[in-house]
Design a protein around this ligand. Sequence first.
Ligand code: F6P
Length: 326
Amino acid sequence: MRDIKNIAVLTSGGDSPGMNAAIRAVVRTGINEGFKMFGSMKGYQGLISGDVVPLHSRSVSNIIQRGGTILKSARSKEFYEKEGRQKAYDKMQAMGIDALVVIGGDGTFTGARIFSKEFGVPIVGLPGTIDNDLYGTDFTIGYDTAINTVMEAVDKLRDTAYSHDRLFIIEVMGRDAGFIALTSGMATGAEMILVPESPTYIDEMLYVLEKDWKKSKTSGIIIVAEGDDFGGAMEVEKEINNKFPEFETRVSILGHIQRGGSPTAQDRVLASRLGHAAIMTLKDGVSGVMVGVVDNEVDLTSFEKAIKQHQQMNLELLDIARTLAI
Ligand code: F6P
């Protein structure tokens, strides 16, 4: 690997709480190890446009507790194209940036993998997404905060559901993965949890609902991941209204509130450990990998594996949640 002196860090794709804590850890560890640190604004787009700023210890003061990302984030369309990546590489050469630390999800790592193969740029990735869908880490940065945000919201919705004898169908984020739905659903005692990892059989669901109500339930919570195969909370509500017009239903789509907010202690610590590990990995001459934490140990996984293998869901938890909701 080439001699690394200057490292740029960037955040790309959907932001997640804890990205700032990760930036802080990357920058301060980098400085401590004798590297010059930079930040590329708006993900890969900053490399293309040359919007790259020097980062010092004080540049990352007072951010460990802040949601969002001080470096901003984007899904750069230009970087999808070879021409865009060539521009990014040329700018990096001109600015003397030798290596990258990228914080994001599967889109970010897909870009990193192609870019490092094409131009030989050393890149290490940090899993920053609320979705928790990456292979090679037990948890992604932002997931814990997101499930706690959902839990608080659902607890509030349950209060009003109870008062009015209503059934709430709550849609949570997760385009391709149902981890937010599963965990927040278990944590809130949801009557039903619908996730993309398990097909939704609507008739079965309606039958179970009917049984619940016969057992004298008067209100309830259904959590639906946005990527569920049945098509989201609105679709589920339609089916329920057709079959049980007597049920009073309401839909609540939690949306981007799940992406913001001050990170939990768990996300701050995870981000700090992984930010540190990313720099040490580059220093050891290793790249093309995502750093993660598996069984409480830092682990390295190739970008390819992290993207392709996906985090496996323990579907038994869905059954347990259902058993506990009778
Ligand atoms: O990847 C994280 C995520 O929050 C998904 O769960 C969601 O589908 C998506 O981002 C929405 O992102 P955006 O509104 O930025 O396009």
